[in-house]
Design a binder for this molecule. Structure first.
Ligand SMILES: Cc1cc2nc3c(=O)[nH]c(=O)nc-3n(C[C@H](O)[C@H](O)[C@H](O)COP(=O)(O)OP(=O)(O)OC[C@H]3O[C@@H](n4cnc5c(N)ncnc54)[C@H](O)[C@@H]3O)c2cc1C
Length: 452
């Protein structure tokens, strides 16, 4: 279908759903545009709070519910590439991606006043503060229709066998309740061409671009296309059949799926992954390892709905604060890989250098900060938010709560014995050797001029 509509009546706001394939909401928006012969404007907002050099740590201590983060360069690079790919895919449909620097509430309000849209589409985030902006917009524009969907979960909200507010507090009963459920098949993007020239101010050219050579980790290229390639490579190999046996190894890029960065930005959906996993099982046989990939995706699902249930409590603690006077100094030692404990320092060097750390490495490093150094877990979670290439509000804060013993852990927290972990997961010291060489500085993108 080739259309050249003049008036845009719909606005699609991309957030953590940076893909067109298996994106029902985007299909719905396109269908509406096609049937009403109107245009669709697509928008992405760079939120200033993610980039401003604010006193992140002090803010987190004083106001646990006010999160602030300066995005590290690896995380930014992955996001930039993902947006670049999305922009390209939209162009093939005749649609321009409008990029704006500013909070969603402000940017959408300004566009609404100008265009008088009839309807706005946006992915339903489970992050409490992300949602606040949408609640304000809904109040501001009561006559506007907002279409939302949970585009990044495996299950539909209405298919869950419980109300989210009553979901099991712990993972095992959650898993048992949902494991047998089915989920909708992933949906291909509809075929349409919606040419519409957007004469809006676009900040795309002001956004720092990321050259290919600047990538820290070869396997990680942002965007839906790279996600599909990685998925294809992973399931074309025999790796899924040994996943459970090797997933806790600290060294090596093939010991786990490495799906998380693409999942976090919605470049791929869990349904697309499950579809490929099922095909792999049909062709090569299912075993404990292939099941375990599903099992880990259920952990993600658990934290996803748990974040919606907890709301602002996800960033708070039920315990009295364990913050000490020198917690900022301790946090700095930990985050820069200067604790003097080789395994912890190696983990932090890898994280700072690449934006990625294995699940076991994250658990050991987080446990050390909380239980050995006595630092408030929220400071560690805030640091991970800055640097993780796969930062996801639900998985990050939920896992930190779990280790601190203030969240979903029925055992009241996880305290990892570093020496034992080293003997088990790095007995010959190869991981420590590899990462002790690296400098541990995280550069952040210079956005000063844009936001000041
Ligand atoms: C302190 C801490 C912070 C974390 N922060 C994040 C985060 O911000 N974003 C994020 O995606 N994951 C986070 N995790 C979970 C986990 O460490 C990563 O998902 C995993 O290491 C990503 O690598 P992978 O894709 O190779 O995982 P695999 O082992 O291959 O697992 C497959 C998929 O299952 C999911 N998964 C696996 N383990 C977990 C888990 N414990 N919780 C939730 N989902 C899981 C992920 O989507 C992952 O891609 C955190 C874990 C800890 C302990």
């Amino acid at each position: 279908m080739n259309l050249k509509p003049n008036k845009a009546t719909g606005l699609y706001v991309f957030e953590n759903d940076l893909r067109l394939e298996d994106n029902r909401l985007f299909n719905q928006a396109c269908l509406h545009a096609v049937t009403s012969n109107t245009a669709l404007i697509c928008l992405y907002c760079f939120q200033p709070w993610q980039f401003r050099t604010v006193k992140i740590r002090k803010t987190v201590i004083k106001k646990a519910n006010k999160r602030n983060a300066v995005m590290g360069s690896a995380r930014y690079g992955f996001l930039w590439q993902s947006l670049n790919e999305l922009k390209h895919q939209l162009q093939l449909k005749g649609i321009s991606l409008l990029v704006r620097i500013g909070g969603t509430e402000q940017v959408v309000s300004a566009l609404q006043k100008q265009h008088q849209f009839d309807h706005i589409y946006h992915n339903q985030s489970v992050g409490f503060y992300e949602n606040q902006q949408w609640l304000k917009l809904k109040k501001k524009f009561p006559n506007l229709t907002f279409y939302t969907a949970h585009s990044n979960s495996l299950f539909e909200l209405n298919d869950l066998p419980f109300k989210v507010s009553e979901m099991p507090k712990h993972f095992t009963p959650f898993r048992k309740a949902v494991e047998q459920l089915s989920w909708p098949l992933s949906e291909p993007v509809i075929d349409c061409y919606l040419y519409h020239k957007v004469n809006e101010l676009n900040h795309w050219s002001q956004i720092p671009s990321v050259a290919d050579g600047q990538r820290k980790v070869k396997v990680y290229i942002g965007g839906a296309k790279a996600a599909q390639e990685h998925l294809g490579d992973y399931f074309a190999s025999k790796l899924p059949s040994s996943y459970k046996r090797v997933r806790n190894q600290l060294l090596g890029w093939q010991n786990s799926t490495k799906f998380s960065p693409w999942l976090a930005l919605g470049c791929v959906s869990p349904r697309q992954i499950m579809q490929q996993l099922k095909t792999y099982e049909a062709n090569h046989g299912a075993n404990e390892s292939t099941y375990w990939i599903f099992f880990e995706l259920l952990w993600r699902e658990f934290f996803y709905w748990n974040a919606l249930k907890q709301g602002a409590k996800l960033f708070q603690t039920e315990l009295a604060s364990i913050e000490t006077k020198n917690s900022i100094a301790l946090l700095n030692l930990w985050s820069q890989g200067q604790t003097g404990v080789p395994l912890i320092d190696a983990c932090m060097h890898q994280l700072n250098h690449t934006g990625y750390l294995s699940n076991r490495g994250r658990q050991i490093a987080a446990s050390f900060l909380i239980h050995e150094m006595g630092v408030d877990w929220r400071l560690g979670a805030g640091y991970f938010e800055q640097v993780l290439i796969d930062y996801d509000v639900a998985s990050n804060w939920g896992n930190w709560q779990y280790i601190a013993g203030v969240g979903a852990d029925p055992r009241g927290g996880r305290h990892f014995n570093v020496e034992k972990q080293q003997q088990t997961h790095d007995p010959d010291g190869k991981f420590i050797k590899q990462w002790s060489k690296h400098e541990s500085t995280v550069s952040s993108i210079s956005w000063k001029d844009l936001f000041d």
